[in-house]
Design a protein around this ligand. Structure first.
Ligand SMILES: CC(=O)N[C@H]1[C@@H](OP(=O)(O)O)O[C@H](CO)[C@@H](O)[C@@H]1O
Ligand SMILES: [Mg+2]
Length: 532
């Protein structure tokens, strides 16, 4: 029992008395200078998690995604590369809030006893971090904890968040999912892309621009592009200044483009050229372009989801294989995208609360579950049943054989563990090349309803409680009735208000038939919310 070692090591990473930490939607995330004690405690949790799961390898990713450079954070990755099991979010919160070193050691033992964990068995952890300056010091706090409890660990250095998720799954499937390192990731995705792009009748892709948010996606995309080769992947990489930490996510990246609805100032592109932006840890992707009149056009997570669903549905049809394909969205999805999926693609749509763990879980119900949040967080999940069907079906014609082969390769192209901006980028490029589409043709699938997302400061956001996948408020009691009355006044009007899980605010979303009505509906709903 490493009781004394935990106390001795923890004393180097004291918790401030006035701080309460919570493992939220995306792990722990805060100002980097507050994170040291949390990192130490997360190390203890990771070791316990591994020991609980028969010494399976657990991932620890040090990142704060699209947040400002002064922030950092940490999230745990479960053995199949998925998000941490929710019950362990609570355990992580409890350990992180132990007031003293002695209390921490006691809470550690209490958790081990409660979960019947043999703390003498081996614990295995792999670590990754993004490009933030605070990363190395936080890594030390983490490894101090792992050393105190005798855990084995491998530091994979600066990698994207999805790459760490991929590495964890590779290790725990003994290489079945792929070679458990960064180069294995490039080989797996790059080989799939090359095979799909060299298939019969595929249009050679034109050059496009990718904004890497001055984050870890930049070195990763450079390496991926080098592996694939410029003959079939012509990309101009911008905002790749990872050696200037203050530039991370600054005036660039997927979050900037989605929220500001404009090009990053540093991106100089001609009209009708497709562009993409990653976020700071490369787990979110947004496409966009300036149309022939120079107007900015966003191709967000909804557009990526509908493109993927349409292509996979078409491949399944041509392969004459019966797959239950569905799309998972949140309330933020544009109403036009939901209508397109249901009425044009003829596919079911499930709406879940915000947060990829909810969408990921819902997508598992399908043979092929396409899930994306509007902000570009998402992937495509193929169930084991679907993979077996695709692998085993005997084609009866050359056309069917070709489509089945593409479906099989497509499974390798997509990171099945978590939303992955680089994997999603390759997927979009493959689909556009197969359809001979540019951004305009893609955009023409459906037209977004004008919409507005507003951030409202309130006294206490926790009084706002929702139901029906966060689409309706149950508390404060009168608010939803007022929203409903307002919505009725607008053609194609829709609006909702929900407490943010990552910021101290309430978010209001509204859409309507015209830009003016959407803005007015959002403003009026925000005024109601702001009274609380
Ligand atoms: C409108 C919006 O983009 N909300 C984001 C944001 O959640 P909020 O609960 O809305 O703060 O952060 C989540 C974690 O990154 C992400 O899953 C979600 O899509
Ligand atoms: Mg991110």
């Amino acid at each position: 029992m490493p009781h004394e070692k935990i106390i001795e090591a923890s004393s180097k990473h004291p918790k401030p008395a006035d701080r309460k930490f919570t493992y939220g939607t995306a792990g722990f995330r805060m100002k980097a200078d507050l994170l040291d004690p949390v990192m130490f405690r997360v190390g203890l949790v990771a070791a316990l998690r591994s020991q609980k799961l028969n010494s399976a390898t657990i991932g620890v990713m040090i990142t704060a995604s699209h947040n400002v450079p002064a922030d950092n954070g940490v999230k745990l990755v479960d053995p199949m590369g998925e998000m941490l099991e929710p019950a362990w979010e609570v355990y992580s919160t409890t350990l992180s809030n132990a007031a003293t070193d002695e209390e921490l050691a006691a809470e550690y033992q209490k958790l081990a006893d409660q979960l019947k964990i043999d703390t003498t068995r081996s614990a295995k952890v792999v670590i990754g971090r993004d490009t933030r300056e605070s990363g190395p010091a936080l890594l030390k706090a983490l490894t101090d904890a792992l050393d105190a409890v005798g855990a084995e660990y491998e530091d994979h250095g600066i990698v994207t968040t999805p790459q760490l998720h991929y590495i964890v799954r590779c290790i725990n499937t003994h290489g079945l999912y792929g070679n458990p390192h960064e180069n294995g990731y490039y080989e797996k995705l790059g080989d799939a892309y090359k095979q799909l792009m060299k298939a019969h009748g595929v249009k050679q892709p034109t050059k496009f621009t990718v904004d890497c948010a001055n984050g870890v996606g930049a070195p990763a995309l450079h390496k991926l592009a080098e592996y694939i080769g410029s003959d079939i992947f012509q990309v101009e990489i911008v905002n790749d200044q990872i050696n200037e930490p203050s530039k991370l996510n600054f005036q660039c990246g997927a979050d900037f483009v989605k929220t500001q609805q404009r090009l990053p100032p540093a991106s100089k592109v001609e009209n009708m050229v497709r562009c993409a932006s990653l976020d700071g840890d490369a787990d979110r992707l947004i496409y966009y372009y300036n149309d022939d009149k120079g107007n900015f056009r966003l191709l967000d997570g909804d557009k990526i989801a509908t493109l993927a669903a349409s292509f996979i549905g078409g491949l399944a049809k041509d392969a004459n294989i019966d797959l239950n394909i569905g799309v998972v969205q949140t309330a933020y999805a544009n109403g036009s995208s939901t209508d397109y999926i249901k009425k044009i693609l003829g596919l079911p749509v499930i709406c879940t609360p915000t947060g990829v763990k909810h969408l990921h879980h819902a997508a598992l119900a399908f043979d092929v579950g396409v899930y994306f949040e509007a902000n570009g967080h998402g992937t495509v999940l193929f169930s084991n049943n679907a993979i077996e069907k695709i692998q085993e079906l005997e084609p009866e014609s050359p056309g069917q054989a070709e489509s089945l082969k593409k479906l099989r390769i497509f499974i390798d192209l997509i990171n099945q563990t978590v939303g992955d901006a680089l994997s999603d980028l390759l997927m979009v490029e493959v689909i556009l090349a197969h359809k001979h589409w540019g951004p305009k043709e893609w955009d023409n699938n459906y037209t977004d309803l004008p919409n507005r997302l507003v951030r409202v400061e309130v006294t206490d956001r926790t009084v706002f409680k929702t139901t029906d996948a966060e689409r309706r408020l149950i508390e404060p009691a009168t608010v939803q009735k007022k929203i409903d009355e307002l919505v009725l006044k607008y053609s194609k009007g829709r609006a909702f208000a929900r407490a943010s899980g990552t910021e101290d605010a309430v978010r209001v979303y509204a859409e309507a038939a015209t830009r003016g009505e959407a803005e007015e509906l959002a403003r009026l709903v925000a005024e109601i919310v702001a009274q609380y």
